[in-house]
Design a protein around this ligand. Structure first.
Ligand code: SAH
Length: 357
């Protein structure tokens, strides 16, 4: 007699979906054996679509100045202990130049919601990047902006936008964010980004405070229906100067399990093995790839700023010895039989760029 979780596992493999309650039950009850079965199927699917290629994105942490006060995040505005920085356009271009020479063909500009980065500043910067490196994609991860801004930045040439939904449950969202931030607006931004033409990434933290299996089930159901081009998930890790300093971190096992499940429910998704996963376990990113992920995001930020972009404690790759993250990750991926490729790494079967009208 199969257990309920084994039945759900087979159902998920066969149908690439479960009813929402099915996800919650599987999250609660899965055995080691179920996790291995899902992992093997996730890897098989990923291999059928992407071979043994791992895509890479050069991450530029452009600013740790933020007007928001997310309770989990180390760069929240109430953290007075943090020394703040921002990169000017010429510094961003210089880092991207180095990255391009190293083989990066996607640049991710990520930062806090820093009013310095107006459309007037970003439009010429994006245009310049696309003119200098026409073979490369520009991804933005700059939080919530107006519809007009998203449209203007897309028309300037930005290809992709990462905006994690953080949690698909409105009440849970309200426990992770201050009252002036809204779940509805986050979701509206994701819809706008999709309609504007971007390849869009959503995602959530695993093990964030107050998170239940039901919340994660809602996240999975949202991912199944939204069909994002990218999906960023990583463990929550507490930061010492936030209200969640005493909360426990998300686990490696649950994160890897969810990576496999996400690959199964949406096979072509671009799924990173995140820096947070590499932070909670020395081989976290390798284990993430071996669970179904297919993207890594080496840090291209000038080393002197990396420690200051402290979303959580003990972030890896902040020292001089980590200056060249690409080589390190290349060796890590080769060690498990994968290959980092010099490629934009677009989603397979996704839409082509819609030219601005
Ligand atoms: N301001 C941008 C970028 C946020 S940083 C935005 O709003 O999209 C990127 C992601 O880091 C966040 O979306 C969040 O999911 C994650 N993050 C923040 N604090 C974290 C923590 N303490 N542990 C793990 N991940 C965290």
């Amino acid at each position: 007699m199969s257990t309920a979780s084994a039945v759900l596992t087979e159902q998920l493999i066969a149908a690439h979906a479960l009813p929402e309650e099915g996800y919650a039950q599987l999250i609660r009850e899965h055995t080691e054996e179920d996790a291995l079965r899902l992992r093997d199927e996730a890897v098989r699917l990923r291999r059928a679509i992407y071979g043994n290629a791992v895509y890479t994105r050069g991450l530029l942490e452009i600013s740790n100045i933020c007007k928001n006060d997310c309770l989990y995040c180390g760069i929240r505005r109430s953290n007075k202990k943090l020394e703040r920085y921002r990169l000017r356009p010429d510094e961003i271009l210089a880092s991207a130049e180095k990255g391009h020479a190293l083989g990066f063909r996607t640049f991710v500009l990520q930062g806090g919601e820093d009013g310095y980065y107006t459309d007037e500043l970003l439009i010429p910067l994006i245009r310049e990047m696309k003119a200098r490196w026409p073979d490369s994609a520009v991804t933005l991860s700059l939080g919530e902006r107006t519809d007009e801004s998203y449209k203007a930045l897309y028309e300037a040439g930005a290809d992709r936008y990462l905006l994690r939904h953080e949690t698909a449950d409105a009440a849970h969202y309200a426990r992770l964010h201050p009252a002036d931030m809204s779940f509805e607006n986050r979701m509206r931004c994701l819809q706008t980004l999709r309609e504007t033409g971007y390849q869009v990434g959503c995602g959530m933290m695993v093990g964030s405070p107050f998170q239940t299996a039901e919340h994660l089930a809602k996240d999975l159901h949202f991912i199944k229906t939204f069909q994002p081009d990218m999906c960023g998930i990583g463990p929550f890790i507490p930061h010492k100067d936030t209200p969640f300093r005493d909360k426990s971190a998300g686990t490696l096992a649950l994160t890897c399990f969810l990576l496999s499940v996400i690959r199964l429910i949406h096979p072509p998704v671009l799924l990173p093995a995140t820096t947070a996963l590499g932070t909670i376990h020395p081989r976290g990113r390798e284990l993430g790839i071996a669970s179904g992920a297919n993207v890594v995001m080496p840090n291209l930020t000038p080393v002197r700023f990396r420690e200051q972009y402290a979303l959580y404690d003990n972030k890896i790759c902040t020292g001089e010895e980590a200056a060249e993250c690409r080589g390190c990750l290349e060796a890590r991926m080769t060690s498990i039989g994968y290959e980092i490729v010099t490629d934009r790494g677009d989603v397979k079967g996704g839409h082509a760029r819609r030219e601005p009208t």
